[in-house]
Design a protein around this ligand. Structure first.
Ligand code: PMP
Ligand code: GLU
Length: 434
């Protein structure tokens, strides 16, 4: 063999420019930090990561157990029975015509969102506050994003005028990511506003990715999809993570209008070259969650219980925050609040707190309450908004207490299981006004 060259001077690896400045997702990083602090014996209130406090419903767990032996790779687009069940689930809504062939199953809707941005050309439009991973995913892929800021006074809702303006600035095509009910604000779009946004989207040929992962957690059960107004241009996203309490199972699904089949097929091709397919036992178990023309009784009991618990917790938390001086949009779904402490700016500034990251950090150090700054959701750093995930409580106990309340003729009002979150809110309120 001829003599080998001297090892090169340059480093062994060089990271791609696409990941310059990309860090662990804010939601994941805060959970890691919470675990670290707890392991050091600190008392922390985990209002950081947004994961369902409720257990996975029993029949789904049984179904997963029964299918533990399923070991074969499944088709990349998903188990046929699951694709059919998800289509049937969406058809419960008027105006949605999905069939099995329109559904793409994946290991979490987050991964599907990434794949969507891999295969689509054009500009991504993100109304803010926007869930933490939308913009970083686009950035990793080197694609253009355009934030469309919304305002607290408008309940953090995208206005048709703002969408219209954003669409005239650049050439399309456009992908609008709309999250309803919203993480982080816990608010939903009214049917009128949905129709107005859909009209603008139709006019400019904007494809909407309607992220409805919290749809079933609308407190009044009246979730409505913008796909009803713009069926040809709306991709529907759902999954097991939130309303089935199964974030760690990693299962999500996109449902495409028939005219967007090429997008589904391109995503399927990329999936087949990357993760191949979603876990087989999980897909079999997921059929149990979606199948049928209506939910079975056990699912109705579970979801209605979760909605009641979350509604009560959100209303009580929002009231306490308002009493402390924060501005809070009235929540009607999911398990988040997005208070703005702007009205307390002078008070906080006197304590050296001028922006949201400082606010979250000092709050954690002083009180043990963990939350995320509005900046992680695309809001200006100096805006004093934070996201609170109202989830650090025993969801199984809360569901049991809620069920007992319904039977309690004496009209008791107690739901002691949610007390840890209310304690965290009280600590936060006492701290901001101090
Ligand atoms: N969208 C929103 C708004 C979320 O909060 C999350 C967090 N789970 C996701 C999508 C991704 O969910 P998953 O990948 O668990 O389906
Ligand atoms: N969606 C959750 C949140 O916003 C956490 C899970 C995740 O980020 O993937 O906190």
């Amino acid at each position: 063999m001829r003599p080998l060259p001297k090892p090169p001077d340059h480093p062994l690896v060089r990271l791609s420019h696409n990941v310059d400045g990309v860090e662990t997702s804010a939601t994941i990083a805060i959970q890691d930090r919470a675990s670290q602090l707890r392991s050091e014996g600190r008392r922390v209130f985990k209002l950081g990561l947004g994961q369902s406090p409720f257990p996975v419903p029993g029949p789904m767990v049984e179904s997963l157990r029964a299918h533990a032996g399923e070991k074969d790779y499944l088709p990349t687009a998903g188990l046929p029975a699951l694709r059919a069940a998800i289509a049937q689930y969406h058809r419960r809504k008027p105006g949605i015509q999905a069939e099995a062939q329109d559904v793409l199953v994946g290991p979490g809707s987050k991964e599907l969102l990434f794949l969507l941005q891999v295969v689509l050309d054009g500009q991504v439009l993100l109304p803010t506050p926007a869930w933490v991973s939308y913009a970083p995913q686009a950035r990793i892929l080197g694609r253009r994003t355009r934030y469309i800021h919304t305002r607290a006074e408008d309940g953090w809702q995208l206005s048709p005028e703002a969408l219209d303006r954003a669409c005239t600035e650049h050439d399309g095509p456009y992908l609008l990511v709309l999250n309803d009910p919203s993480n982080p604000t816990g608010t939903s779009y009214s049917p009128e506003r949905q129709r107005e946004i859909a009209a603008v989207a139709r006019a400019y040929g904007v494809v909407i990715l309607s992220d409805e992962i919290y749809g079933e957690l609308r407190f009044d059960g009246q979730h409505r999809s913008i796909a009803e107004d713009w069926p040809e241009g709306t991709i529907l996203s759902t999954g097991l993570s939130k309303w089935c309490g199964a974030g760690g199972w990693r299962l999500g699904a996109f449902t495409f209008p028939r005219g967007l089949q090429p997008v589904l097929r391109a995503m399927e091709a990329v999936a087949s070259e990357t993760y191949t397919t979603t876990s087989a036992p999980i897909q079999y178990a997921a059929v149990t969650a979606f199948e049928g023309d209506t939910f079975p009784d056990w699912m109705v009991t579970y979801i209605e219980g979760a909605r009641r618990v979350l509604a009560r917790l959100a209303a009580q938390s929002a009231a306490r925050l308002r009493a402390a001086g924060a501005q809070v949009a009235e929540p009607d779904g999911a398990f988040y609040l997005f208070p703005d402490f702007g009205p307390l700016r002078q008070r906080l500034a006197a304590r050296g707190i001028h922006d949201a990251p400082q606010l979250c950090e000092q709050l954690l150090l002083d009180t043990g309450v963990m939350c995320l700054p509005g900046q992680a959701f695309g809001r200006p750093r100096e805006e004093l908004t934070v996201r609170l995930s109202l989830v650090d409580f025993d969801g199984a106990a809360a569901l049991a207490q809620d069920a007992a309340l319904a039977q309690d003729a004496a009209g008791s009002d107690a739901l002691p299981a949610i007390a840890p979150v209310l304690e965290a809110i009280d600590r936060l309120c006492a701290w901001v006004v101090r």
